[in-house]
Design a binder for this molecule. Structure first.
Ligand code: ME8
Length: 661
């Protein structure tokens, strides 16, 4: 593990309030939240800033289109960002709006100071302007006569404006980037900026807009005819929010920023404009600027202006916050682009969360219930071999130790993948150690206890490491494991013995219920279903008041009614007779993402030992009931004719949890 930093200050871009947020905005904000949470849990003083960029032409245009004032546009849209961050469990320490006085004052003071020092001057400008990017370009910059950034049409403009002497910092900036390899990350983005700086003469930056063209902005303190260029205003949020020119102590505490997280679309503004502005202001450089890739729809960037965005609220409604956060972090290799499809979401959810993590959680908790009276067992070694347990714990410690460097190297997706390998190893370990077989032998209580304690300890480590990504579910898992504090302390992870023997565990229910992939295919291609679609699919059949599914007058049922029955394959793990009930067998079955107990009236047709290992078909959404006082959580399917009865099975190797349609 690397040394802990003495403090951690992370920022997201401040988002334009011209439209509602989409998955791209959620992604950057979730990444920042994961990083902030990770550092907080390590005990590092942490500050996480996000906010909204409320000035400029885009906001003015949106307001005009909506028939409201720009301030109304800001006030109405900012709420949508704030609400989404709340739903996404984002724990930012501050939220800055650039229309706030605390920000506007700092921007004006900065402008005045730079103007007084001749870092800003007035000149007549002739050039090309892109409204979309809100940037000026020279004739040479244009690509086939269009904006070199977004490809849209540019307008010819001649006007007086104020300029920041950015060009004089060109050599300094090249040198700074070259001598600080971690400053722009990933390194290929540093090369991109260097390529730009080395191949082109840097121009001075136009930092004003005449009010005759745009009124919505911060007025220049030295010329009331002009407002500030939105980027010059916006970038300053990173320091105005932490006390620059207003609270020296706070500013010293947090600045320089540890990581400015941005999308690759705003690389130039952050790696050329911002460092040169800071240099002119005599303010220290941020430690790093990390540019991630784009979420694409097909091959195109998901963006508000292209209208191909996925609404995060729909995804949360359908699949829950934690699953959504997990997918975004796990699916995109940080720095690269990734394509968003709901099919990919469901695939990863079922594989990683329902099958691996959900399954191992159920197995560990169920076995502790069954073999250890529902209490965390004590782990005392004895006359038995603990090689498997030692190896498993070593793996958990290794991943806990590697986490620090993976986080500081911004390998968030890789760190999640690494934790999942341990989750899978716990599953493999349980299969190998087979506590259920040990339970059939005499005098194995201590070994079973040691085995389940080790598995639960490793699960505790995984839950702690995944906590920053899935705070709700991992808190639930920790509570289920009997941990008093729902929040983990990451510094103490590698000490064996975190779980307290004798503490009662609880059953959290299915943490990650499996999603039926064919439901998704039926409802969408790449975009998510409308609000609550998945839930609606499952419960859409007409119900009578007594809860029975109604059939139509002709005795036929609808397709929806058939689809309301959730049939799944299950593997029989254990089977035994029930005392005093000749016809009944009690089965323990594996449903892929959970274990269940079934009671089935098949004792006259099958011996218990014949059933173990068979793949059967089970009604998985049947209300639990008690048969002869024994709980049954589902029903198996069997075909009968006369006296004979045969279980419904599936052909070939499908395994548990497959949906039967
Ligand atoms: O640029 N994939 O605001 P903005 C991934 N106000 N991330 C995406 C994305 C996508 N398809 N689309 C947007 C601005 N983002 C300025 C920033 S900062 C001083 C001023 C994310 O609302 C990504 O973080 O256009 C990107 O940089 C940001 O949203 C742009 O948000």
């Amino acid at each position: 593990m690397r040394d802990k930093p003495s403090k951690y200050y992370v920022t997201t871009p401040i988002y334009y309030v011209n439209d509602k947020p989409h998955i791209g905005h959620s992604y950057t904000t979730i990444l920042a939240d994961v990083l902030a949470s990770y550092h907080r849990l390590l005990g590092v003083p942490t500050h996480f800033l996000t906010g909204t960029d409320e000035h400029g032409q885009k906001v003015q245009q949106a307001a005009d289109a909506n028939g409201i004032t720009p301030q109304e546009q800001c006030d109405q849209t900012v709420v949508r960002f704030q609400e989404l961050w709340k739903r996404l469990e984002i724990k930012n320490d501050d939220f800055i709006r650039t229309t706030e006085e605390r920000h506007k004052t700092v921007v004006q003071q900065t402008l005045q100071e730079l103007f007084d020092r001749d870092e800003i001057y007035k000149a007549e400008y002739e050039g090309w302007y892109c409204v979309g990017c809100e940037r000026f370009f020279t004739e040479k910059d244009l690509v086939e006569g269009n904006c070199p950034e977004c490809g849209r049409k540019v307008d010819s403009i001649v006007e007086s404006n104020y300029f920041f002497r950015m060009s004089k910092y060109q050599d300094w900036l090249i040198d700074y980037i070259e001598s600080n390899p971690g400053f722009i990350q990933p390194s290929f983005r540093a090369n991109e900026t260097l390529g730009f700086l080395k191949n082109k003469e840097l121009q001075d930056l136009c930092i004003s807009r005449p009010k005759s063209r745009l009124e919505w902005g911060i007025e220049l303190p030295f010329d009331a005819e002009f407002v500030t260029y939105v980027w010059f205003d916006a970038l300053i949020n990173y320091i105005s929010a932490v006390g620059y020119k207003s609270d020296e102590e706070q500013f010293k505490k947090w600045w320089p920023c540890s990581t400015h997280l941005i999308g690759k679309d705003i690389l130039t503004t952050h790696t050329v404009y911002w460092p040169t502005m800071l240099k002119a202001m005599n303010v220290e450089m941020p430690e790093s600027i990390f540019a991630h890739g784009w979420w694409l729809t097909g091959r195109t960037k998901m963006s508000k202006s292209l209208g191909n965005v996925v609404n995060p609220m729909d995804m949360i409604d359908s699949y829950g916050v934690d699953a959504f956060r997990y997918f975004l972090v796990a699916e995109m290799t940080l720095g690269q682009d990734a394509s968003f499809t709901e099919e990919a979401f469901v695939k990863r959810y079922n594989a990683d969360l329902a099958n691996d993590l959900g399954n191992v959680t159920n197995r560990v908790l169920n076995m502790i219930s069954r073999y250890c009276d529902g209490k965390v067992p004590s782990a005392t070694k004895g006359e038995f071999d603990t090689e498997l347990e030692d190896a498993l714990w070593k793996e958990a410690v290794a991943v806990a130790d590697e986490m620090g460097s993976m986080i500081s190297d911004m390998k968030l997706d890789a760190s999640v993948a690494r934790v999942m390998t341990v989750v899978r190893k716990i599953n493999v370990y349980l299969q190998e150690r087979a506590p259920w077989s040990l339970a059939k032998q005499e005098g194995t209580e201590r070994q079973i206890a040691y085995s389940l304690y080790t598995a639960a300890e490793c699960l505790r480590v995984c839950a702690a490491l995944l906590y920053p990504v899935m705070p709700e579910k991992m808190a639930a898992l920790r509570t289920a494991l009997g941990m008093a504090d729902a929040k983990p302390q990451l510094g103490k992870l590698s000490e064996f013995g975190g779980l307290v023997a004798g503490t009662e565990i609880s059953q959290p229910g299915a943490l990650f219920p499996r999603i039926e992939p064919n439901k998704v295919e039926a409802t969408s291609s790449s975009l998510p279903p409308k609000k609550g679609k998945r839930e609606r699919d499952v419960v859409s059949s007409k119900k009578k008041s007594d809860g029975a599914v109604a059939s139509t007058k002709d005795g036929l049922i609808t397709f929806d009614q058939v689809m309301a029955v959730n049939l799944k394959t299950a593997v029989v793990l254990e089977a035994e007779k029930i005392d005093g009930a000749d016809k009944l067998l009690k089965l323990q079955v594996d449903l892929g993402d959970e274990k269940r107990q079934l009671v089935a009236g098949i004792a006259l047709h099958y011996k218990p030992e014949e059933l173990v290992g068979k793949t059967i078909v089970v009604v998985a959404n049947l209300k639990p009931a008690k048969l002869r006082g024994v709980k049954s959580e589902g029903m198996l399917l069997a075909a009968s004719l006369g006296d004979s009865l045969k279980l419904v099975t599936v052909e070939g190797e499908l395994g548990p949890g497959a949906s039967v349609k």
